[in-house]
Design a binder for this molecule. Structure first.
Ligand SMILES: Nc1nc2c(ncn2[C@@H]2O[C@H](COP(=O)(O)OP(=O)(O)O)[C@@H](O)[C@H]2O)c(=O)[nH]1
Ligand SMILES: [Mg+2]
Length: 445
């Protein structure tokens, strides 16, 4: 999702993290990079300008309590959230939801996706099809509902000549016992008065708590015209941006949301019923910037006031299994290891951390401990001496398999290598000097 924008922004953040100093020129370059990335993602020029101004202002003039690089990254993060708004929280409560939007934007698919979403949250959804103009619309929705076991109503039992309002009323009444009643309305190819009147009618007579506007991400900032028109007509309470999986213009669609009085509620990321994500601005931007959870990084940075001296022995490469265990224990308290690594501005150290290694769970740590208990002091201090027969002995002693002991050793080697890189100044180390090092070591201890 938003791959191009994300990779440009990640690169920008990386540059800042590695900058020798933060001065006017660095900030200017940063602003230019961000402008380029956002304009390519079809974000409105006016918004981009505004954002640039604010980044310039805040990066250099604001009083800094953080490390200046972190401060700038934080400013970028906050200002990007500012562009797309906080997002809206949809309560997990009984309610009627009306879907509006033009043809082909993904209303019908989103009805089913929403039904699925609420179903997974333990609520009982039902869906009403108020599109009387195209018979195929009702078939499409029925099939989707059938596939997830959600009841569906399209007024088939009503006498001929039934109108949209008859169907919606009968549906809402018939589904009285259901928690969530989702109403799919008929779109048009353009913003026609007839459609606007129809949804206004439904709004006035049914009073749905939620009026969700469905926007197709691929139209980018042009979505703004639709957003305003639908907001004027029924008062949009949340926006669903669909097809985020297949466009480079998603930034544009996201950014027009600020023109309505609401915000993004969900994002559609594919054609299947499960391809719907609840939208949370901070998480979304963190992901876009590749910062894992930048919030915790910044909080952590704010907390870690004094920089601690790095354990010189560890950096010289003397990194024993016992050291590893101590670190893992500390890291475990903070969440998956991979996340911590992603928080590092350098995105790790050119060392690939695979998923298995990043999932240090309580169980795994317990197992590590048991294996280490079966090792001799010499083995703990210098795991290199562990050969095949020692490996089998340790496995037997700890009731594990040799493959599991090997995995621990492999993990240790990887960490040791990383520590060495940190210590010797080889690899990417030079850029790290004087910045994250103390904090990082503290985090890992
Ligand atoms: N890739 C992708 N396709 C989507 C998404 N949402 C809807 N679509 C597709 O867009 C097309 C139009 O969707 P539909 O729900 O019928 O739109 P409607 O006319 O507004 O009801 C269909 O082919 C959907 O499968 C999405 O999030 N990602
Ligand atoms: Mg439809």
């Amino acid at each position: 999702m938003l791959g191009k924008l994300s990779s440009s922004l990640k690169e920008t953040i990386r540059k800042i993290a590695m900058a020798k100093r933060i001065d006017k020129q660095t900030v200017e370059e940063l602003v230019r990079d961000i402008q380029r990335a956002l304009i390519q993602a079809d974000v409105k020029i006016a918004l981009v300008k505004e954002l640039s101004e604010r980044i310039r202002e805040r990066s250099l003039k604001e009083k800094v309590t953080l490390n200046p690089r972190e401060h700038v990254i934080k400013v970028v993060y906050e200002e990007l959230i500012n562009i797309i708004g906080k997002g809206v929280e949809v309560p997990l409560a009984s309610q009627k939801i009306m879907m509006v939007g033009l043809h082909g934007t993904g209303k019908t698919s989103s009805c089913a996706k929403l039904a699925r979403y609420f179903q997974k949250k333990g609520l009982k959804p039902a869906v009403i099809c108020a599109d009387v103009y195209r018979p195929a619309a009702s078939d499409q929705l029925r099939q989707l509902c059938d596939s997830i076991g959600v009841p569906f109503y399209d007024g088939a039992n009503l006498p001929a000549g039934k109108g949209v309002m008859d169907i919606v009323k009968a549906g809402v009444q018939g589904f009285g016992k259901y928690d969530i009643k989702i109403i799919d309305t008929a779109g048009r190819h353009a913003l026609e008065e007839e459609m606007i009147e129809e949804i206004r009618d439904i709004e006035e007579q049914i009073r749905p708590e939620q009026r969700f506007l469905v926007l197709d991400a691929s139209i980018g900032q042009q979505a703004s015209v639709q957003a305003r028109a639908f907001d004027d007509a029924v008062g949009i309470t949340g926006i669903i941006i669909t097809k985020m999986d297949g466009t480079a213009k998603g930034g544009g669609a996201l950014s027009v949301v600020s023109e309505t009085n609401s915000g993004v509620a969900f994002i559609g990321t594919g054609e299947k019923v499960d391809d719907l994500e609840k939208f949370e601005a901070d998480r979304f931007i963190s992901r876009l910037l590749g910062m894992g959870d930048i919030k915790s990084l910044i909080e952590m940075a704010e907390e870690s006031l004094e920089e601690e001296d790095v354990d010189a022995d560890i950096l010289k490469g003397k990194f024993t299994l016992n050291d590893l265990y101590k670190q893992l224990e500390a890291v475990k308290k903070m969440g998956p290891f991979k996340k911590i690594m992603q928080m590092m501005p350098l995105g790790g150290f050119g060392v690939d951390i695979n998923d298995e290694m990043s999932q240090i769970t309580e169980d795994k740590l317990g197992q590590f401990k048991v294996m280490m208990d079966s090792m001799t002091e010499a083995e703990l201090n210098d795991p290199k001496i562990i050969d095949g027969s020692r490996l089998r002995r340790i496995a037997r002693g700890s009731g594990t398999r040799t493959a599991e002991v090997s995995a621990l050793l492999k993990y240790h080697r990887l960490m040791q290598k990383m520590m060495k890189q940190l210590g010797t100044g080889r690899g990417k180390m030079p850029m790290m000097k004087g910045m994250q090092l103390g904090k990082m070591m503290k985090m890992m201890k």
